[in-house]
Write a protein that binds this ligand. Structure first.
Ligand code: LLP
Length: 420
């Protein structure tokens, strides 16, 4: 397995010191299981590489917003990167601080801006001129100045899946590189904005450092121009995006990645600026698995299907991006493996979790879908009126339910029928 928090003991998969079979027994399936130790180690890999440097880590809440997960990071002093006032509320409920939170996103509403400004977020990562105007108005109505960074689109190829590549000209994100200097000048002229930084985010599941170095070079070139126009850029936010091993990918080590970027920025003569990182997947992805039970085995002429109780509504990534997640048995069997498509009960052909997997399994067996800690539960839905899964956090020998399994009656509690 790609992360030692999940390992076999006597042929049974364990999360830290707890058997995954016993977790499924106790909490039912489908079940998301997170390892506190894996979260802690991934965070430390970033934080240790930042220690003694002018650099800070902002956990991208969108990757996994469970309060217990956010709280593990908050206790270690993490900052956060949010994209909605809902995520801000989660950060605050989990013990995070608004003062350490940056607000990203291409379509913040005026109400969200107001909430974030009142809470005192550290910076708004703004993506367009109309958004600058909107933020200026909101700040004016509160008699405040809003701290602003512009998300610049550096037009570099992150060499990842097109749906999760965000730094190309053709993407909806950021201010075009060629327009950035003029946009900064506009921001500077707005009375209720305080220009403090520059940011980018070039994509996700990136497995090479070179696109980051290209992006940083372009950003720093702009910073020099902007400062010669009379503004002062205190921080450079390089976004998130570092990839993880789902299968055989070999992303750079987190510490090497951080160090390489910080050294590069320093060498370019910008070491006085604070560098922000916004990692999501690389902090939580391999800290979670999704446990599911085999409902039926359905042999076929062309394919064998293992129909499991988790589905595309629980883990959307395979259906949405054809993403690969390793699938392993919770209890290893000494039997002949067969090739299966692992599919869910949802009425869609796109409802699959893994294709052509060699598995020695029987009806009723448990499987673990690996690397499910990022963009797993957070992207789940109630399609087919399926209650969302429960979430559990393991900490050494202990396991704690950190989100109850939904009940069907909750799913339509806010609905009503016409009176006549
Ligand atoms: N900062 C910003 C502004 C972002 O848009 C994102 C992710 C991150 C940070 C964190 O990126 P990470 O370190 O997790 O790559 N649902 C897709 C991934 C979408 C990523 C969106 N932005 C997936 O399941 O692969």
């Amino acid at each position: 397995m790609s992360d030692s928090a999940f390992h076999y003991v006597g042929g049974v998969l364990h999360a830290e010191g707890v058997s995954a079979a016993s977790l499924a027994e106790q909490f039912g399936t489908p079940l998301y299981v997170y390892s506190r130790d894996a979260l802690t180690r991934a965070y430390h890999a970033y934080a240790d590489a930042c220690a003694g440097r002018r650099a800070t880590v902002h956990v991208a809440v969108k990757a996994n917003s469970n309060l217990a997960v956010l709280n593990v990071f908050a206790r270690m002093g993490a900052g956060f990167d949010i994209v909605s006032s809902g995520e801000l509320a989660r950060v605050l409920a989990a013990g995070g601080r608004a003062q350490n939170t940056v607000f990203s996103g291409v379509g913040k509403s005026a109400a969200e801006m107001r909430e974030a400004l009142e809470a005192g977020v550290k910076c708004f990562n703004v993506e367009s001129i109309p958004e600058l105007h909107a933020l200026n108005e909101v700040a004016k109505s509160l008699g405040r100045k809003a701290p602003v960074s512009l998300r610049v689109n550096p037009d570099v190829d992150a060499k990842t899946h097109p749906y999760i590549s965000t730094g190309l000209k053709s993407n909806k994100f950021g201010v075009a590189f060629g327009d950035a200097r003029a946009t900064y000048a506009q921001a500077h002229a707005m009375a209720h904005l305080d220009v403090v930084g520059i940011d980018c985010h070039i994509g996700s599941q990136i497995t090479e450092i070179s696109p980051y170095l290209d992006a940083v070079d372009k950003l720093l070139e702009l910073v020099e121009q902007i400062e010669s126009d009379g503004m002062s850029i205190r921080h450079v936010d390089v976004g998130g995006g570092l990839g993880i091993t789902y299968d055989d990918e070999t992303p750079p080590d987190i510490g090497d990645f951080v160090k390489t970027l910080l050294d590069h920025i320093e060498k370019r003569g910008h070491g006085q600026r604070e560098v922000y990182f916004e990692p999501g997947r690389s902090l939580v992805g391999n800290a979670g698995v999704l446990l599911t039970r085999v409902e039926y085995l359905k042999p076929g002429e062309e394919k064998n299907f293992a129909i499991v109780d988790a589905a595309m509504n629980d883990l959307a990534r395979p259906a949405m991006y054809e993403a690969f997640h390793r699938i392993v048995p919770v209890v290893k069997r000494d039997a002949k493996a067969h090739r299966y498509d692992v599919v869910g009960p949802v009425c869609e052909s796109g409802d699959w979790l893994g294709r052509d997997r060699e598995l020695a399994i029987e009806q009723g067996d448990l499987l673990a879908i690996c690397s499910a800690g990022a963009y797993g539960f957070v992207m789940s839905s109630n399609y087919n009126t399926r209650p969302r899964a429960a979430e559990v956090m393991v900490d050494g020998e202990r396991a704690r339910l950190v989100r109850e399994r939904e009940e069907v009656k909750q799913l339509f509690a806010g609905e009503s029928i016409l009176p006549d």
